[in-house]
Design a protein around this ligand. Structure first.
Ligand SMILES: [Zn+2]
Length: 110
């Protein structure tokens, strides 16, 4: 059983990436995990779509490409980038707060 909660993206709707084995067309789809995988390529109308898993922690059966693709984004991230930016800022803020708190606490009352 895979827990999607650990992924930390928008709740509920994971993004699935598909790539067509026939024409190489790539697309993203928001789907519930319970929904059936897409197979029909909108580009060439062939039944050749293969689902790639993005943003997940789980390993695809028969893996291999997963570790190869990981960390080498093929295209500029859009919404993902914004999210990461937001998260980064949130991180920095809490880190600063923690630092301030530590400083205030740690200063000798001279
Ligand atoms: Zn295609």
């Amino acid at each position: 059983m895979v827990t999607l909660r650990a992924v930390g993206r928008q709740a509920g709707m994971p993004t699935y990436e598909y790539r067509c084995n026939n024409c190489g067309h790539e697309l993203e789809a928001f789907q519930k995990i319970t929904e059936a995988a897409l197979t029909l390529c909108p580009q060439c109308s062939q039944d050749k779509l293969e689902r790639l898993i993005s943003g997940g922690n789980f390993v695809l059966k028969g893996g291999g490409w997963a570790s190869d693709n990981y960390g080498t984004p093929k295209r500029p991230p859009k919404t993902d980038g914004q999210q990461a930016d937001k998260m980064d800022k949130a991180h920095k803020k809490s880190a600063e707060d923690a630092k301030k708190a530590a400083e205030t606490k740690g200063k000798p009352a001279a």
